[in-house]
Design a protein around this ligand. Structure first.
Ligand SMILES: [Zn+2]
Length: 368
């Protein structure tokens, strides 16, 4: 009897319970308590379909939704010294690292990749809050430097998604050294004239907001993200005053001039594409399914669509339309164009002067 109740029954129970617990099929929204089906939640980029609460998302999940076709290549990050201080609190630092690596399946708290979004090549880095609270240690410093170097090498913009509880205290002063190091990395981008866009996600705090997360050309935040150096609790205890509602949240910071915009996660990709293309001097993204990108040399001189279409209906070949991108390598063209002024006036305002000269030549040629 003992053997049955103590050994056999638990075994049987465990077998059955294991089968009937579909635990990871449903996720409970921490904000409104709605049970959300995991696939639906993943399709909505981990945003609650009921209350729009933005849940934590891993770098890989984010990149899968961000890059064209979910395709990206990981950029190698040099590994730093392991546990230089021989640090120990309740657990040894290397043990904590191993535990975090096991639960997340990631090497460290930041993932650097390269790929294309809306056919715009970029380098991207994302911090993983589930890995030791996304804390900034030497690896994260190395990752940002690697990302900046790769961006400079490929002449691409860098997009960084921040999420951090601050510096990694297990690395002591060495983690704080990452603030100047990453600042220098950002400076490399600026010197190369490359856009650096920061997307601040919940929560971005501590030394991260005192360095690379606040040095972007554009700062976008996800709704209701906590973004601060010292948290609201600490401030409240220090100044002994009640803080206003939504203090240090994304919308509050937008109102007070700390951010450029607050963007819903599902609209983030489109917003980033628009911004990056604008900052890089590229024409707007072409929406819809496109055929293979390369179209041959004649596509290169194709002018911007609207003016060409209304000026001369016949030469505006529909096949060449989507290929707006490479229309920039026409340096001396506008000056040498000897056409009269009337043709250029219509186009010069909204498109580049070089393409305007081209359309001028076309429109002059074809009707006459
Ligand atoms: Zn919810």
């Amino acid at each position: 009897m003992n053997w049955i109740s103590n050994y056999v029954r638990p075994k049987i129970n465990s077998l059955f319970s294991r089968r009937e617990v579909p635990e990871n099929l449903w996720t409970k929204c921490p904000e409104c308590g709605t049970m959300l089906f995991h696939r639906e939640l993943a399709d909505n980029l981990m945003v609650c379909t009921n209350c729009d609460h933005h849940m934590a998302i891993t770098p890989r999940e984010r990149f899968a939704g961000l890059f064209d076709g979910g395709v990206y290549t990981q950029v190698k990050v040099p590994a730093p010294v392991v546990d230089p201080l021989n640090f120990k609190d309740q657990k040894r630092y290397p043990d904590r690292m191993k535990a975090a690596q096991k639960t997340t399946g990631e090497e460290e708290a930041m993932l650097v990749v390269e790929g294309e979004i809306g056919r715009t090549p970029i380098v991207a880095a994302a911090q993983d809050f589930s890995f030791m609270a996304g804390s900034m240690g030497m690896y994260v410093g190395n990752a940002i430097i690697a990302a900046a170097q790769r961006a400079v090498e490929l002449k691409r913009p860098l997009v960084l998604f921040s999420a951090a509880g601050g510096a990694r205290m297990q690395e002591g002063i060495l983690s704080l050294m990452q603030m100047p190091r990453t600042t220098v990395a950002v400076q490399m981008l600026k010197e190369a004239g490359l856009p650096y866009i920061v997307v601040l996600t919940h929560p971005t705090t501590g030394g991260v907001t005192a360095s690379y997360a606040m040095l972007g050309d554009v700062h976008i935040a996800e709704p209701n993200a906590l973004i601060c150096f010292a948290g609201p609790r600490v401030i409240e205890q220090t100044i002994r005053e009640k803080l206003p509602d939504g203090f240090q949240r994304a919308e509050y910071l937008l109102d007070h001039g700390m951010l450029d915009m607050v963007t819903h996660r599902t609209a983030m990709r489109g917003e980033l594409i628009t911004l990056i293309r604008m900052l890089s001097g590229l024409p707007p993204e072409i929406k819809g399914d496109l055929p293979a990108p390369a179209l041959g040399p004649d596509a290169e001189a194709t002018p911007e669509l609207p003016d060409a279409a209304k000026a001369s209906p016949d030469p505006a070949s529909p096949a060449a339309k989507p290929e707006g991108e490479p229309a920039k390598a026409k340096g001396p063209a506008p000056k040498s164009g000897e056409k009269p002024a009337d043709t250029t006036t219509g186009t010069a305002a909204d498109s580049g002067a070089d393409t305007a000269a081209d359309t001028g030549a076309d429109t002059k040629g074809s009707p006459a």
